[in-house]
Ligand binder design. Structure first.
Ligand code: ADP
Length: 161
């Protein structure tokens, strides 16, 4: 049976930390769906379509990676797409505590879906989308934190940068 994992997140924007988790997870799964959470109540920096476009660019030569967006429960998105695994990255003890609660609630709601965690490499432990966004907003060069195939100058965030 095909092993499909969903990698959910805001990806606002997608970073080299996210990219590394996907590249490592490709040895474990047949297909990975990167699912951009579209929360109408949560204000994002990049619009959902822009985030999807950036991620599609990164994996344009990797047919086993799909990019989609969703609203509602992550486990419902997994079921809809026949995915038995929920993939997440771990950087810190704080990440672990946060992820533990979500994974345990998800397990209760959807016992057939397994959460799988990949521990970040130390070089990426400090990289998070919030800091990357702040650098972009402040007019700094965030290119070293995003995949090399993404040229941040091609995309507009909510500050019109
Ligand atoms: P969320 O909005 O759900 O926190 P993010 O877009 O911040 O989602 O991240 C999605 C997933 O990628 C989460 O599991 C997060 O822990 C993981 N992640 C984010 N940055 C890194 C990184 N630098 N190294 C490893 N995993 C990361």
């Amino acid at each position: 049976m095909k092993k499909t994992a969903v990698f959910p997140g805001s990806f606002d924007p997608f970073t080299i930390g996210h990219e590394a988790i996907i590249n490592r997870a490709l040895s474990m799964f047949d297909e990975i769906i990167i699912a951009v959470g579209a929360n109408a109540l949560k204000k994002s920096f990049y619009p959902v379509d822009t985030r999807k476009e950036m991620i599609n660019k990164v994996f344009q030569n990797e047919p086993r990676v799909k990019v989609d967006h969703y609203e509602g429960l992550t486990v419902d998105f997994c079921k809809k797409n026949g995915a038995g695994f929920l993939l997440r990255g771990l950087r810190t003890a704080a990440d672990f505590e946060f992820e533990r609660a979500i994974a345990q609630v998800n397990k209760e709601m959807a016992p057939d879906i397994e959460s799988v965690f990949i521990l970040t490499v130390p070089e990426h432990a400090h990289i998070n989308s919030t800091i990357v966004r702040d650098i972009i907003r402040s007019g700094g060069d965030a290119s070293r934190f995003v995949p090399s195939s993404v040229n941040l100058k091609d995309y507009y965030g909510d500050e019109g940068l």
